[in-house]
Design a protein. Structure first.
Length: 176
């Protein structure tokens, strides 16, 4: 009988040890799962933050004012085919015109217009072309697509944004 008691006692001890090991193993597994979940949440948060930053930057870039450049960097040694253009000027040619309008003399001035997104009077472009005729050594007239204004006068390092045609303001800019 005593042997039976010892054997039951031994089995109980074994069973308690086994249960203790299982509880310990279950705790480790639970801790591992929590850590894995925490890592997944951190990674998801980082991705969401990155996406949010991208969206903010894209929004800011898309809503900033789009105007023609005023720099002469990146130019090529070519000129537009005429002083009054019906197609947008190549940016590299624009830069060259801003550097010197006739190849050696004064810096050029470009009167940029956007009649695709803004309403222009029937004689609007003709009125602008008159400046190219009045200042044949300096002034070019060209459309500029997706510009955020109807009319922008550009020179090297400066520009003037106009909501509409203003002859005196354009002349003042050219003669400055």
């Amino acid at each position: 009988m005593e042997n039976n008691n010892q054997s039951d006692e031994y089995r109980l001890k074994q069973e308690r040890r086994r249960l203790k090991r299982e509880r310990k193993k279950a705790k480790k597994e639970e801790k591992r799962k929590k850590e894995k979940t925490r890592k997944i949440i951190k990674r998801a948060f980082r991705y969401l933050l990155l996406i949010l930053v991208f969206i903010i930057v894209a929004y800011l870039v898309s809503n900033r004012e789009k105007l023609p450049g005023t720099t002469t960097r990146g130019h090529i040694e070519r000129y537009p085919e005429s002083r009054v253009l019906s197609k947008q000027m190549d940016p590299r040619i624009r830069a060259h015109v801003l550097e010197h309008a006739d190849g050696s003399g004064l810096p050029g001035i470009i009167i940029n217009y956007n009649c695709e997104q803004f309403e222009c009077e029937p004689d609007f472009i003709d009125r602008l072309a008159k400046f190219a005729k009045d200042y044949p050594d300096r002034v070019y007239v060209a459309p500029f697509k997706n510009m955020s204004s109807k009319l922008v006068i550009s020179a090297s390092g400066r520009q003037d944004v106009l909501d509409d045609f203003d002859e005196q303001r354009i002349r003042n800019f050219i003669e400055r």
